[in-house]
Design a protein around this ligand. Structure first.
Ligand code: PNS
Length: 162
């Protein structure tokens, strides 16, 4: 059984993340979306909120499971019997960051392969940080995130517009 993990902060999940989930789920028997708990960046959404949102967004995808993890990614993969890491690759600016993550994970466990899916061009400018900034100032995020994510963001920022 080919099991892959798609790790990230998912703070919150965007259309770009969802696209990578759908496409990578077709390549493997099981895809586990691993939501990082102990993030150095202070997340807007709690771990429970990020996991609950991803569960809603993937409820019709049979071979996709949502889970959270803390500590090393390679240890999470071992726990889940997974051997593949999936990452989305948007532009050249992602290269150094993705290379560093992939090489670090490879040096920690050389049985693990990282596959990077090239983001669809319509999502190539998208990031969770950009989405949060646009949402915070009341901009239109309808093309950037699924409706469920927009609902979560609207709830968070309701009353905080200035
Ligand atoms: O969405 P992000 O923040 O770019 O995802 C980064 C992530 C979760 C892939 C990375 O920070 C990670 O795997 N963290 C867990 C700790 C770890 O294993 N570090 C060594 C490899 S970078």
């Amino acid at each position: 059984m080919r099991i892959a993990v798609y790790p990230g902060s998912f703070d919150p999940a965007t259309n770009g993340h969802l696209d990578i989930i759908k496409r990578s789920a077709k390549l493997v028997d099981k895809l586990i979306v691993g939501v990082l708990k102990n993030n150095a960046k202070e997340p807007l959404f709690s771990i429970d909120e990020r996991v609950a949102l991803l569960k809603k967004l993937t409820k019709d995808m049979d071979n996709v499971e949502i889970d959270s993890f803390s500590g090393l990614l390679v240890d999470f993969l071992k726990k889940k019997n997974a051997t593949i890491i999936v990452r989305g690759f948007r532009a050249v600016s992602d290269f150094e960051y993705e290379l560093q993550i992939a090489q670090t994970n490879y040096s920690l466990d050389n049985n693990i392969e990282t596959i990077c899916l090239i983001t669809r061009v319509e999502y190539s400018f998208l990031s969770a940080s950009i989405v949060k900034e646009v949402a915070m100032y009341g901009g239109d995020i309808s093309k950037m995130v699924p409706q469920e994510t927009a609902n979560y963001l609207n709830k968070k920022y309701k009353g905080s517009k200035s």
